[in-house]
Every structure is written in structure tokens, then in C-alpha cells.
Write a protein that binds this ligand. Structure first.
Ligand code: SF4
Length: 339
């Protein structure tokens, strides 16, 4: 590497330190593209800065969440990364959970120390049957266990947003998934703008908005930076960051797994774009980063994890994650006592 490129990286990190760490303002598009291109030798300094930003603007606590799938598979949409789409040959069967199973999963999640329990359904948007299942499920969970209930049920109408809020849903997840300029390469059955509209309605309703995306889907580094900027504009409470885990039978099933260096650059870039958000490790990190990389990300801007299994793939053992947090002296965020 030339002295000039090292100087450029060091100028970039100095500028980021002042703007993000000292002034609390996220980096803009051009600087994020440069961060995503930073040479491998500068990754440790980049992660250190992202970690300092997280500690100063969010603190040492880590938010732990569990997710459960109320309705798995058979989705009519065609998100090319998703094995739950009914349009591909991926081996995921359509299955519904019942209320006792849902309550049991919430209790098991709370026992890990998690504060959020997210009910997920593979649908374009909820119909009456799903809304009444969720209503009954939330009531039963609230009777049995002290945990925030979140939901991820696809695109919503304003009436559904109001209903979910009235049921006591604490946070709603709806991802942008990809940058606007790449979205039509990922999904053809709905638009990026439809996703954005649901996110805006959720944010304005007073529920917390959880909105993130997936990287490693063949997008350019510029489009990765674009996604970070668009998320920063939406200003969600939480951003789940997924790395593509290419699933057999999906259109993205043959894409290569993202390198761990690129994954770490992306984590740091997202933290520097959004200094105050909860930045959560979501799907694909085991494959992309492995154990060592998981640690690097937690010391490079991540401040939330999902424990246990994901919707269609197995995650790390919850105990391993909790042991790692304790070793890193990162306390698990506690449930707000005002609930
Ligand atoms: S990501 Fe969601 S909307 Fe898209 S196919 Fe999968 S379950 Fe359906």
C-alpha cells in the first residue's frame, strides 16, 4: 500500500472521529463509501473508532432479543434471499404455531435475560386471521411473562398500525432490505417505497421502529453506503444488520458468502452512519464472521444480538453469546421498570 493511501485513510478516520464521536453526527454517503473501501490494515483502527462511538453514544449495554416464527414459509412475495418465499423451491414448509407454543417461546426467551420477544410471520402483510392470532398471542404472553413484545408481520395499513399499537406491540420490524437503487434486483412483488411507507407509519405511531437490511446480495459498495444513508434518514430505533446466508433453492442461493473483512467494514460503516441507534447482529453472522469475528463486531459498533435460532437457520447457542457478553464486560440491557 502507498503512503498516500495510508494518509487518506488516516485523514478519513480523523474526520470521522470529530464528526461522529465528538459531534454525534453520522457520516454522509461519500465518507461511508470511503469507509467501505478502507484497506485491511486499517480495519482494527476503524473498529476501535466505531466501538468508541457506540460506547459514548449508546453505552456498554447490549440489547438481547429472541424471535419466534408464528407463521413460517409459504409467503407470496419473491425476496430473492428468502427461503420462506412460496415462489422458490427452498425446503421450508408452511407451519403455524399455536398460542401455548408462543407463550413457551416467550418464557424461554425471557429466561436468557432478553428484553424483547419478536413475533414474526412470513406474509406480505397481515390478514384478519393473523391479526387476531397476534392479538391473542400478545395478551397471553403479557399474562405469563415480563418482556417487551415486538412484531414483524410485513407491510401494514394505517388501521393495522393503530391496532398493533393498541395491542401493546412495543416495537415493529420492517426492513428496507436493500438500497433503493438495488431493490428491484432483490424483490419484484412489491416496491421499496411500499416498505418505506410502512416504516414511516410505524415510526409516527409511537411504536419503536426496527428497520435494517441485508448485505452481501451482489450490491456494490456504493449501494451498501446508500442503504446506510437511507436508514439514517429513516432514523429507526434499531437497525438489524443481516449478512446473506445463501439458501439453497433461492435466486441468491449461489452467491458467495461475504468476506469477514467486508462484514466488519460494513458494521463499522453502519455505526458511523448512525451513532445512536441500536445496531443488532441479525442473520448470517455465524457464517460470515465465525466466533472470532462475532467478537470483533461487538467491539466494532454492534450493541444488540438475537439469541437462539433465526427463522429458518440455526444460530449460535444462546449460552455462548451470553458468555461472550459477560467476558467482554457488556451488561445485558434490563427491561424498563415502567412497564
Ligand atoms: S422476506 Fe418476508 S416478505 Fe420477503 S419472501 Fe421472505 S417472508 Fe416474504
Amino acid at each position: 500500500m502507498t503512503d498516500a493511501s495510508l494518509d487518506a485513510s488516516s485523514d478519513l478516520l480523523d474526520r470521522a472521529r470529530q464528526r461522529v464521536l465528538d459531534e454525534g453526527r453520522g457520516l454522509g454517503y461519500d465518507d461511508l463509501v470511503a469507509i467501505l473501501r478502507i484497506p485491511d490494515s486499517e480495519i482494527p483502527a476503524l473498529l476501535e473508532l466505531a466501538h468508541e462511538v457506540r460506547m459514548r453514544h449508546c453505552g456498554p449495554e447490549v440489547e438481547v432479543e429472541g424471535i419466534v416464527s408464528l407463521k413460517t414459509g409459504g409467503c407470496p412475495e419473491d425476496c430473492h434471499f428468502c427461503s420462506q418465499s412460496g415462489q422458490f423451491t427452498s425446503p421450508v414448509r408452511a407451519v403455524w404455531l399455536d398460542i401455548p407454543q408462543l407463550v413457551k417461546a416467550a418464557e424461554e426467551t425471557a429466561a436468557t435475560g432478553a428484553t424483547e420477544f419478536c413475533i414474526v410471520a412470513a406474509v406480505r402483510g397481515p390478514d384478519e386471521r393473523l391479526m387476531s392470532q397476534v392479538r391473542a398471542g400478545v395478551a397471553a404472553i403479557r399474562e405469563a411473562v415480563d418482556i417487551n413484545v415486538a412484531a414483524s408481520l410485513g407491510m401494514l395499513t394505517q388501521e393495522q398500525v393503530d391496532d398493533l399499537r393498541e395491542m401493546g406491540i412495543h416495537r415493529y420490524n420492517h426492513n428496507l432490505e436493500a438500497a433503493r437503487s438495488y431493490f428491484d434486483k432483490v424483490v419484484t412483488t412489491h416496491s421499496w417505497e411500499e416498505r418505506w411507507e410502512t416504516c414511516e407509519m410505524v415510526r409516527e405511531s409511537g411504536m419503536e421502529l426496527c428497520c435494517g437490511g441485508l448485505v452481501g446480495m451482489g450490491e456494490s459498495l456504493e449501494q451498501r453506503a446508500e442503504l446506510a444513508v437511507q436508514l439514517a434518514e429513516l432514523d429507526p430505533h434499531e437497525v438489524p444488520l443481516n449478512f446473506l446466508n445463501p439458501r439453497p433453492g433461492t435466486p441468491f442461493g449461489d452467491l458467495p458468502v461475504m468476506s469477514s473483512a467486508d462484514a466488519l467494514r460494513t458494521i463499522a460503516a453502519f455505526r458511523l452512519a448512525m451513532p445512536r441507534t441500536i445496531l443488532r447482529y441479525a442473520g448470517g453472522r455465524e457464517l460470515t464472521l465465525g466466533d472470532l469475528g462475532t467478537r470483533d463486531g461487538l467491539l466494532g459498533g454492534i450493541n444488540a444480538v438475537i439469541v437462539g435460532n433465526y427463522l429458518t437457520t440455526l444460530g449460535r447457542d444462546a449460552d455462548e453469546d451470553l458468555a461472550l457478553l459477560s467476558e467482554l464486560k457488556m451488561p445485558i440491557k434490563e427491561l424498563a421498570k415502567t412497564l
